[in-house]
Design a protein around this ligand. Sequence first.
Ligand code: AMP
Length: 363
Amino acid sequence: MSSTKTIGIIGGGQLGQMMAISAIYMGHKVITLDPASDCPSSRVSEVIAAPYDDVDALRQLADCCDVLTYEFENVDADGLDAVIKDGQLPQGTELLRISQNRIFEKDFLSNKAQVTVAPYKIVTSSLDLEDIDLSKNYVLKTATGGYDGHGQKVITSAEDLEEANALANSAECVLEEFVNFDLEISVIVSGNGKDVTVFPVQENIHRNNILSKTIVPARISDRLADRAKAIAVKIAEQLNLSGTLCVEMFATADDIIVNEIAPRPHNSGHYSIEACDFSQFDTHILGVLGAPLPAINLHEPAVMLNVLGQHVEAAERYVTENPSAHLHMYGKLEAKHNRKMGHVTLFSNEPDNVVEFGKGIDF
Ligand code: AMP
């Protein structure tokens, strides 16, 4: 049997593109499903141009691929179930359903994986907000459809309730206690259905709810870092994980609280392309193919900076002045404001001296 596979990737953005590049290095062929025929993956794979909920297009992809995977979690799980053959989607659709809905996700994390999450309750209408204790702060999040802070309302006083009530009446929500964290961190873990491998702990700095900078290793104690990695492994084992998963967490002075999971490579793991001996995309491909997974080593402390639409010129200037920095551009045709266009990875022991492109500069 040939070890060369045809891998179908649902979604041809930067994550799909970087998965495809890893797969191609390993000798596989990639076909991508994406609504845009000129998506980032079109530079490195064949593209079936169709909407994600087009069941005929999903079937066409399934028919010509050995293995399927996805680059984002809002894939139509029912549509996929209708077309996949046994074992063709090693990640499964259950993990998709869990990560598509914060209510299922919280239930999985707290009751099945038994990891610590912020105290929460399910909110089905504004009636559920009537008796909340306003001596505490909260974040109200819609159960589905939210990303990068969209569909969220922070509640710190009675004045926030009008907007919170409107959100609660518009969709099912989860009300979480606000966590006074020291740092936001994430851990990438990959599985092959049997074993898992885990990456170093990443420290994440967001601007306007969009990841701006990742510092590796995260500046937390070894004890907390070990705990964060153990939590990621516990979640992966509970899922019999295939492929790469990112666990986003909050680090307080003495605890780690899980915020959410993303069942795919993640922006905070991009540094691994240069800074680790295997990237999160390599282990994703190995994992979905059921291949043995390597232990991960970090070569040197690293910093990753995101390049948004308004930062492209600054990033290009930066790498001409710092040629040891690695510039990745995803090949997106239009540099829109806040659109992720690329990233830069560099090795540095002084992460505070590596200035984000958007910080203090008015582009
Ligand atoms: P999420 O969509 O859940 O990733 O939330 C977006 C951002 O909101 C996170 O990266 C945090 O900065 C912040 N956030 C979310 N949930 C909480 C919470 N329970 N306490 C404090 N900050 C939060």
